[in-house]
Design a protein around this ligand. Sequence first.
Ligand code: NAD
Ligand code: DAU
Length: 333
Amino acid sequence: MKKMIVTGGAGFIGSAFVRYQLESYPEVHIVNFDKLTYAGNLENIKDCDPERHTFIQGDIADRKAIQAAMEGCDAIVNFAADTHVDRSIMGATDFIETNCTGVYNICEAARELGTSHVLLVSTDEVYGSIREGSFTEKDAPGPRNPYSASKAGGELIALAHFETFGTPIIITRGSNTYGPYQYPEKVMPLFITNLLDGEQVPLYQGGEHNVRDWLWVYDHASGIDTALRQGEPGQIYNVAGGHERENIVLTRKLLELCGKDESSIRLVKDRPGHDFRYSIDASKLKALGWMPTMDWETGVAKTATWYRENEAWWRPIKSGEFKEYYRKQYENR
Ligand code: NAD
Ligand code: DAU
């Protein structure tokens, strides 16, 4: 793989994957194709060597634009998506446009161009919630919110493409990812930056014991890379952090790291249809040689330190578009 197009590569996980590729494979040139929605940020990729990294602003829902950008690339890795569950509950039109139509466009362009590697990054949320045990790739999708339904829709379109046309699709389903450069709408950076600002954190009431499985962002990047290079077309690979924690446990850890006590928690009305627990089994990917490296305590502490030391990154975000979103989302809740 000499020329790889990464879509959504200016977002949180996509930019980590781009850095991972540039550091791990000296022969790779990256074409980074991103619409720069509210979640895309050129600051995330500002250190990428321009000799080996070309940025194109574009929309995967625009068939001509994505196909033109894919020409000459031997691999595509798609991160581009609308990703925040609470925003999808406010309205899911953009989610369907990007997460379904955009994925279909990538499949069609790959078929026409004969792209040899097509990896679509998906999520453990497509399985839905599980009280006990862990989902394997053989379990059927059962998404329960507009975001995860749109991701499952994209997956089904892509898997049908593989069956019908032989397009070499590989899908990864990652668990809750955390680390530097995550947009502060997601729970970890939201809570850390609120605490650094001396504000309360909006913990969903009734969701205190809901469970998420935390995956360090560079472990997610290496998991996707393993699936891309060692995986088989038509296959799905779970990428699990292996660190399941209740939301209240995460919240208390963040309070401790930021020197705050429980008076900094504000219990707010729960998310409608709040999935109780995500849990996936990553044995299939581990059999290809992948292992996550980060333990949870160290990863969360590193994340809190990064936000403490990089206020210049998140301050403009929190005082921009995010401010209005936060007001709508949390006022009177
Ligand atoms: P993010 O919201 O931080 O970034 C998404 C990026 O996609 C942004 O740069 C945005 O500008 C770009 N984008 C959005 N719509 C686009 C379009 N139509 N065309 C081109 N670019 C577009 O997302 P993230 O958290 O980095 O997630 C990346 C991928 O990983 C997504 O597919 C998501 O579903 C999946 N995923 C995320 C997590 C998680 O915990 N964050 C876990 C598992 C899987
Ligand atoms: O599981 C993978 C998924 O993880 C990804 O596919 C999604 O793109 C990503 O957003 C994430 O989804 P979640 O809904 O699990 O993440 P979020 O950070 O929004 O919420 C994590 C938990 O924290 C969830 O149980 C809800 C709770 N929460 C979240 C927010 C934003 C709160 O209690 N208060 C909050 O303000």
